[in-house]
Design a protein around this ligand. Structure first.
Ligand SMILES: *Cc1c(COP(=O)(O)O)cnc(C)c1O
Length: 465
């Protein structure tokens, strides 16, 4: 045992070796977890330890227990959900973050963490081409980023009609109308629920065949309501990758006095790419945006960004005041002013490292490459009889159906996952079972895509037989 003043260098080297070894072996192993939850729970099951164990034994045991149940999300042919693949630079920065043991609550608890967030905020706004005066809360993910953006929205639209929701709460407040595309992500409805809007009360606006908000439907919904209002749009549908037509709907909503919040968990990164610029046009005219670092920017989990144009509204919704917390009279930035938490991981370090490593150009090129690879995959699988690509592949998402049949699509997904060459999951799209392929891992190459397309076709042929 070390006595606390020593750096247990063997322990940390051992952990690094285990990590390096895991990443080296990842490409050669099935691109999925090898254990399901039941098997993992049984392997992990043991009585509460009465005696402690030596540090190196604990770390060795942890790795041994975890590995079979680790999902291959960091793998090159992993296309499940929309999961970024924890780039080595981000992971290395995150190792340092943990070893530094910083509390990123305020600028005194960690001047470096507060400063890294301040510069990463500037860079993010620049690369995403959002207003330079906007503020960013570094949160766990887009779920909480949606919560923060909508909290700022709630506070501001009520403040405009003379109600202080931060002080007085929602009881007795003028009703706020929330208009949201019917294809919004489930987590947005959760955020609305947390904020007292309920998940069923918002008015759902009809969408087109790709899941995009219909401007005429939004126009009708806006005209039918008076009073404080919030419109929630989407940049990047989880199945189709489609964007709401922001260039039309944002000005329409703002002319009606609404606050516009954009859920752009992965899609907002299209703004970093010149090739995808058309898709993301008009997004910057909104009032708040939610996006993730741990999806397209490839930071390790967890990392999301709550971005608000009006930083005063952002701060009013989130600030925590207490006598023992430092004042920020001379322009210092307290990370906790923009997020729900006080004590918090210093997410700015990994964000800084990924942006410093990729640069504006690298981020844009990665987004472009993933979009190109998604189109390549779609073209390849669609050549096979019985396979249909159901979406316009406008971004990095491809949804595929086999034999126009739910059960055969499900069987093909199961077969693909069992083969282990590549991993894609399932979803329902417009009432039909689909295979969902999200190209979002930094290491995925053209060769990986071709192997993946072959694996999907082979799985389908085996099912059809
Ligand atoms: C992933 C995702 C979310 C939720 O983000 P988390 O990082 O999982 O909290 C919200 N909206 C969309 C469109 C997403 O893809």
């Amino acid at each position: 045992m070390t006595d606390g003043s020593d750096v247990p260098s063997d322990l940390w080297r051992r952990a690094a070796d285990l990590a390096i070894d895991y990443r080296r072996r990842l490409d050669g192993r099935p691109q999925r977890a090898e254990q399901d939850f039941a098997a993992a729970a049984s392997a992990w099951s043991m009585p509460t330890p009465e005696q402690g164990s030596a540090p190196d034994a604990v770390i060795a045991e942890l790795a041994r227990l975890a590995e079979p149940g680790l999902q291959a999300s960091a793998g090159r042919r992993f296309y499940g959900w929309v999961i970024g693949s924890s780039h080595p630079v981000g992971v290395a920065a995150d190792w340092l973050t943990a070893s530094w043991g910083q509390n990123a609550g305020n600028h005194v608890a960690s001047p470096a963490a507060a400063a890294a967030e301040a510069i990463a905020e500037k860079w993010l706004l620049d690369i995403l081409r959002l207003p330079a005066a906007a503020s960013i809360g570094f949160v766990t993910g887009a779920t909480v980023a949606n919560f923060v953006g909508l909290a700022a929205a709630r506070g501001e639209v009520l403040r405009r009609v003379g109600w202080d929701v931060e002080r007085d709460g929602l009881f007795g407040a003028p009703p706020v109308i929330v208009l949201i595309g019917e294809e919004a992500h489930a987590t947005v409805f959760s955020a609305l629920q947390f904020l007292g809007f309920g998940h069923d009360r918002p008015i759902r606006v009809a969408s087109d065949a790709q899941g995009r908000l219909l401007p005429a439907a939004l126009e009708r919904a806006l005209a039918a309501h008076r009073g404080p209002s919030i419109v929630v749009t989407q940049a990047g549908h989880i199945n189709t990758g489609a964007f709401d037509p922001h260039a039309i709907v944002v000005p329409m909503a703002k002319a009606a006095g609404a606050w516009v919040h954009v859920d752009g968990a992965f899609g907002l990164w299209a703004r970093a790419s010149a090739a995808q610029a058309d898709l993301a046009e008009g997004v910057d005219q909104a009032d708040s945006w939610a996006t993730d670092g741990h999806k397209w920017l490839q930071t390790p989990y967890d990392c999301g960004y709550a971005i608000v144009r009006d930083s005063e509204a952002h701060r009013r919704a989130m600030v925590i005041a207490a006598s023992y917390l430092p004042a920020t009279a001379s322009g210092e930035r307290d990370p906790s002013h923009f997020v729900p938490e006080l004590s918090r991981r210093a997410r700015g370090f990994a964000t800084w490292a990924m942006l410093r490593h990729l640069g504006r150009r690298g981020v844009g090129e990665m987004v472009d490459r993933h979009c190109r690879l998604a189109r390549r995959l779609a073209e390849r699988v669609a050549r096979e009889a019985g396979i249909a690509v159901l979406n316009d592949v406008v971004l990095n998402q491809v949804i595929v159906r086999m034999g126009d049949d739910d059960s055969r699509t499900a069987a093909t997904i199961a077969r693909l996952q069992a083969d282990g060459v590549a991993f894609a999951g399932g979803a329902r799209w417009r009432g039909k079972a689909v295979m969902r392929v999200s190209v979002s891992g930094w290491a995925t190459t053209e060769e990986d895509i071709d192997r993946t397309a072959d694996a999907i076709v082979a799985a389908w042929r085996a099912v059809r037989r």
